[in-house]
Write a protein that binds this ligand. Structure first.
Ligand SMILES: [Zn+2]
Length: 104
């Protein structure tokens, strides 16, 4: 399996999975139930991650994911230039590093 996407927002990862599945690409989400994983797990390990099952589908999967990104921007979401993470349009600052939307 090859990881093609990850996001703290599980619904986002689910959307991406639906997108890929609708194009006939077999996928698998790891850490979907991260909170129930046994033992001590570092927080970074429970970020939902989207995997593609077949290696030959990876290029197409990444292409589809990138095509989907501009639609996020229309919805008002933006990507923090510092962390590279998605921030919802309702927030004017990155929730991770505090960088403002229009700051560099
Ligand atoms: Zn940031």
């Amino acid at each position: 399996m090859i990881k093609v996407y990850e996001n703290f927002d599980f619904s986002r990862v689910g959307q991406m999975q639906s997108l890929l599945e609708s194009h006939g690409i077999g996928t698998f989400i790891r850490n979907q139930y991260g909170s129930s994983v046994m033992g001590e797990v570092p927080f970074v390990e429970v970020v939902p991650q989207l995997y593609v099952l077949r290696e030959r589908d990876v290029d197409r999967a990444i292409e589809l994911l990138q095509l989907d990104l501009p639609r996020d921007n229309e919805a008002g979401d933006w990507v923090c230039p510092e962390c590279g993470i998605d921030v919802e349009g309702q927030f004017s600052r990155c929730w991770k590093c505090g960088l403002g939307r229009d700051e560099e």
